[in-house]
Design a protein around this ligand. Sequence first.
Ligand code: SF4
Length: 334
Amino acid sequence: MRFPTHIVTDMIKLQVRNALRRKKRFPFVMMLEPLWTCNLACIGCSVERHTGKLKDRLPVDVCLRAVDDCGAAAVSICGGEPTIYPELDELVDGIIARKRHIYLCTNALLLEKNVFGVIPPHRRLTINVHLDGMRDTHDFVVDRPGVFDTAVEMMREAKRLGYHVITNTTVFKETDIEEIEELFTFLADDIDVDGMLISPGYQYESVEQDIFLTRNDIEAKFKRILQLSRRFRLQSTPMFLEFAAGLREYSCSPWSTVTFTPMGWKGPCYLIQKTHTFDWEEFWNGTDWEYWESRRDPLCQNCKMHSGFEASVVMELRKNPTDMYRMVKWNLAG
Ligand code: SF4
C-alpha cells in the first residue's frame, strides 16, 4: 500500500462522516505552524518564517484546541522549524491521543538532538523531510552548505530507528527534472524512504526572488514528472500530477487544508493571507469559499499547489468510476 491502511481508512471515515452530515466542505489536513522560528533562511521562504521569535510561539493547549476545532484527520506540523518548538513531545502526544495523523515537516538538522530518543516512532507519526535537489542544489536553496548531507544522515538514522520517513520536494523555475530523477533514485534505492511528495513552488506574497513558476513552466515540468511517477513511489496522486501537467482541470478546495499560525487561522488558504483570527467559527464561516474555489482571484492564476487541489481530486472521484478505480489501483500498487 502506498499509504498505510490506518491513514486510508481514517480519510475514508472522515469523508463518510461529512457526507452523512451533508457537508460539502471540511478540512482534510491542518497545517499547524506553532512557531515562526527557523534555523535556516531558505530562498523560497517568506521572511517572517525565519525571523520569528521563539517567545511568540503558540502554547500547546491553543494548538490542541485548534486541532479539535477543525476536525482534520491529519496534522502537518510545520513552521518555522518544528523541531525547535520546545514542547514538541507534548504537542505530538496530544495530537496522537486525538487519533490524528502527524506529518512532522522538517529540514532534519535537529532530529538527532530534539526528536530521536524524545519522541518515539509511532504509526501515526511521519517525518517529512524537505529536500529540493541533490547536494549542490539543496544547499543553495537552503542557503547553507552541508544541509543536504546532514539531512541524508538523519533520514538514514530515522529509518534505522523505525520512523516512517517521507520527503517533500518543491519544483522551482530553475529545477532540472533530470536532477529530480537522480534525487528520487537516490531516495528510493539508498535511503528506502516510505514515499516522496512533489509540488510546484508558488510565490508567498512576501518573497521577492523571481524563482517561482508560471502556469506554463509548471505544466512543462510536470509532464516529465508524470513520466517519473510511473517508476517512483510518489505520494502525489496521478490525477493531481495530470492537473499540474495541464492535462485536466479542477476547481480549488482551499478549505481542505486549513492553516493555524502564531496569528491564528489564516484565510483563505495556506498561501494567501488576507485574514487572521483565533476564532474557528469566524474563520470558517467568514471565508468566501465559493469565490476562492473558482480560482478567479489574480493571486490564484499560477497556483497548482497540492494543498489546494489534492482534495479536489478526492472529491471528484465519486463522480468518475474510472478515476476511482485508478486511485484504488495506484494506492494498492505502492
Ligand atoms: S488556487 Fe491556490 S492560491 Fe488560490 S485559493 Fe486555491 S490554494 Fe489558494
